[in-house]
Design a protein. Structure first.
Length: 759
DNA sequence: CTAGGGTTAG
């Protein structure tokens, strides 16, 4: 059979392998263990499909220990650990005695459960085998406790480089940089694997400068080393560096493999550039790159992030048996990214084996598309299904959803969950807590959390500054920016928007101007803040001059600020100017028409009011508003304009009608407040239904008893606009009404109101 | 025979 052996030596491609296989069958040798194990070892090297390899194995009549071992190695190589274990059982049943070569493979597949096999290994007398010893040690290094691995390591009389490498990568896995470093300097001889482990270790700690230093110092590199560095860049968001390194790799004639492409593709995903994506796909086709499931899923994600949902879907459909949890999750986020929550949810519900990331994707999808209640509902569903453990990523979405709702109790409940389940928070976790407290009006707590943080990033500062801005605390915002610079953080555009907004809300003109002048490259949003600030302090002409001086095209926010300021200051000339510009930029936005029309109304120019409404009708502009929320009985009730979907809708409208009649009888004029104003008029015009705020307030009145509070969660405006109405209602109904917005109680009694600070 | 690199969520 020497000519067969000669053919076997020439197997370098799948094509050759199948020719060799055909020859083996031709000579009816496919039942012989020798040829079977030889074929399987080729399969492993060439990554033949598992079913084909198993076919070869099954054709052996009585597979010997070598055939079993090679088949086990094949399964191990493709990561099919369940098959390794199943085949080992099969091996024992057939009475084949496993040798020392089997155990390292088996132990690796058993992973954490390998301790069970420890006894088995001892019984078979293989504990003295250096490879078995390494495998056992590696299991402890990977799955912990690492001190067990260290104990085995220390007891060794002679160590292979692989033993040192196992320990080093084990320490990196557990985040122990110090020990990893120590072993690296201590070890007598290093190889590529050692150096690569250091590169990927430093990448894990996000210290890419040191990672690159080790990479550059490596005496020799292979594809894996390049991949380690490349993935380090890709995973930490350094897309530019990754692509640059890839080019260098190509220049040095290093042949990229699938892992290389995964890193390159995911770097291109970050850029979200459809052109780059297309040229990359073209390149993959040109080079005839073999696409394994990792590459395919990376491509799926890239298409989704570059806005090509159809292509992503196509890849997903074509994945077939490789459609694993990661592919499902990537597809779910593809849908949530474009705001298609129902498709995302449908996929999520259809998904067979959900993992934490699936839940996190769904919850984040809700949270980022303004569906905070749905996010929290999904989270509750998640913790009801006992086998799912929320992690930090889950909690970040949940906590910020609580922030968006402005419900402190809910936020505290989420934080409580974090503590009870010992979920440790990183910087972004704490940032979400700062955001939540700020949005819930609890600046004291926001500040406390910020101060308690050991390490902060730019986002920590920006979140707190934005919080100060929303609360009109200009001094704290400026002060914090100063502190930020002192700590060595460079303020970014968000910082400046925050500080300028804070100055604007606090009416701090000079400080705001100083900050604005210090911005090296102000963008359109900074101009918008500045114009808002000038408008608020009454310097409207200066605001207009600044608009004229802007080096870029102003956006709607710029003119919106001017329009609002003009309304307050009754500068009809500037108001008209701003409104005209706004009608050009966003003709479909009803708010602009309403503002201008209100401005005319406040000056008694009813003819102009009528004219604007006519323009609105002609342009087909529909009035739109957001949702209003009321909490009652631990449940959130939400209302939108003209909402009739609420279970107590009939009662709500009945109450509204009753109140209106009572008010009319009591002699109140309809346009004095917003709860009862022009309801009939609006409905007659069929432009809009009853405002969401009115519905929310009426529902609150309906369900609350005297002395209990109505909690209006969203639309802070509600409380403000409804102020007068609530006064009247308290007088008419003869009862005390407590309305709570984000951080205050408003207590209405007998026609007057007192505010109580809360907390 | 061993050790190093891979896709999804914030």
């Amino acid at each position: 059979m020497s000519h067969l052996n000669a053919i076997a030596l020439r197997v370098t491609q799948i094509k050759h392998l199948s020719q060799f296989h055909a020859q083996v069958i031709h000579h009816s040798l496919q039942h012989h263990s020798y040829w079977v194990s030889l074929l399987i070892s080729h399969c492993t090297r060439l990554r033949a499909p598992p079913f084909y390899t198993r076919l070869i194995f099954n054709s052996a009549q009585q597979p010997n220990v070598y055939a079993f071992t090679n088949m086990l190695k094949f399964y191990s190589h493709v990561g099919a650990h369940d098959d390794v274990i199943a085949l080992f059982d099969c091996m024992r049943v057939s009475g084949v005695i496993p040798d020392a070569f089997v155990f390292p493979v088996l132990i690796k597949s058993w992973g954490k459960a390998a301790i069970v096999f420890h006894g088995h290994v001892l019984k078979m007398g293989h504990q003295g085998d250096r490879y078995v010893r390494n495998a056992v040690m590696d299991v402890y290094a990977k799955h912990g406790p690492i001190c067990f691995a260290r104990k085995l390591f220390d007891e060794m009389s002679e160590r292979m480089v692989a033993d040192w490498n196992s320990m080093i990568s084990g320490y990196w896995r557990w985040g122990n940089k110090v020990e990893a470093d120590k072993l690296f300097t201590l070890m007598p001889e290093r190889n590529v694997v050692t150096w690569t482990a250091m590169v990927s270790g430093y990448s894990k700690t996000r210290d890419l400068v040191t990672a690159k230093r080790y990479f550059d110092q490596m005496p020799e590199k292979n594809v894996v080393s390049w991949n380690a560095m490349l993935s380090g860049y890709a995973q930490n968001g350094f897309a530019e560096e990754a692509i640059e390194l890839f080019n260098e790799m190509v220049n040095r004639r290093v042949q990229p493999d699938e892992t290389t492409w995964v890193a390159v593709i995911s770097s291109c995903s970050d850029r979200a550039d459809p052109n780059l994506a297309n040229s990359l796909v073209k390149m993959l086709n040109q080079k005839n790159v073999r696409l394994n499931s990792f590459v395919k899923i990376a491509l799926l994600d890239m298409h989704a992030k570059c806005g090509n949902l159809a292509a992503a879907k196509k890849v997903f459909e074509e994945l077939g048996a490789f459609r694993n949890a990661v592919a499902w999750n990537a597809m779910i986020s593809a849908y949530t990214r474009v705001g298609d929550l129902s498709s995302a949810r449908e996929l999520f519900d259809r998904m067979p084996r959900k993992n934490v990331v699936s839940w996190n994707s769904m919850i984040a999808g809700y949270a980022q598309n303004g569906q905070s209640t749905m996010a929290i509902e999904a989270f509750k569903e998640m913790i009801r299904s006992k086998d799912m453990k929320p992690d930090e990523v889950t909690m970040i979405s949940v906590i910020s959803a609580c922030g968006h709702l402005g419900v402190l109790e809910l936020g505290n409940w989420a934080l409580n969950f974090v503590n009870e389940n010992q979920i440790s928070l990183s910087i972004s976790g704490y940032n979400s807590v700062i955001f939540m407290y700020s949005k819930c009006g609890s600046m004291k707590d926001a500040k406390r959390v910020f101060e308690e943080m050991e390490t902060r990033d730019v986002i920590s500062f920006n979140t707190l500054i934005t919080g100060f801005a929303a609360h009109g605390d200009g001094f704290s915002a400026i002060d914090l920016m100063r502190k930020m610079k002192g700590d060595g953080f460079q303020p970014d555009r968000i910082t400046y928007i925050g500080v300028l907004t804070a100055c604007s809300h606090a009416g701090m003109l000079e400080e705001g101007q100083r900050v604005f002048e210090s911005i090296s490259n102000p963008d359109v949003d900074h101009y918008a803040c500045m114009i808002d600030l000038l408008g608020r302090v009454g310097k409207l002409d200066e605001a207009k001059r600044l608009i004229k001086k802007m080096p870029m095209v102003p956006h709607a926010g710029v003119y919106g600020s001017l329009l609002n300021a003009s309304r307050i200051r009754k500068r009809i000339d500037l108001g008209e100017f701003a409104a005209r510009e706004l009608f050009k930029i966003e003709p479909e936005n009803s708010g602009n028409y309403v503002l201008l029309s209100n401005m005319y109304a406040s000056m008694g120019r009813w003819g102009d009011v009528e004219r604007i409404r006519g323009e609105m009708r002609l342009g087909g502009v529909k009035k739109t508003t957001g949702w209003s929320w009321v909490e009652f009985g631990g449940k959130l009730h939400k209302f939108i304009v003209g909402d009739k979907s609420h279970e107590r809708s009939n009662d709500i409208y009945k109450l509204l009608k009753e109140l209106r009649e009572k008010m009319r009888k009591a002699g109140y004029t309809a346009d004095k407040d917003s709860v009862l104003r022009d309801v009939e008029e609006e409905e007659k015009e069929e432009m809009v239904g009853t405002h969401s705020e009115k519905l929310a307030v009426c529902f609150g009145l309906l369900v609350s008893e005297a002395g209990t509070s109505i909690r209006i969660m969203k639309n802070l405006r509600v409380c403000w606009d409804c102020h007068e109405a609530m006064k009247m209602i308290s007088k008419l109904e003869g009862r005390e009404i407590i309305v709570r917005d984000n951080n205050r109680f408003h207590c209405f009694n007998n026609g007057s109101c007192s505010c109580m600070d809360h907390w």
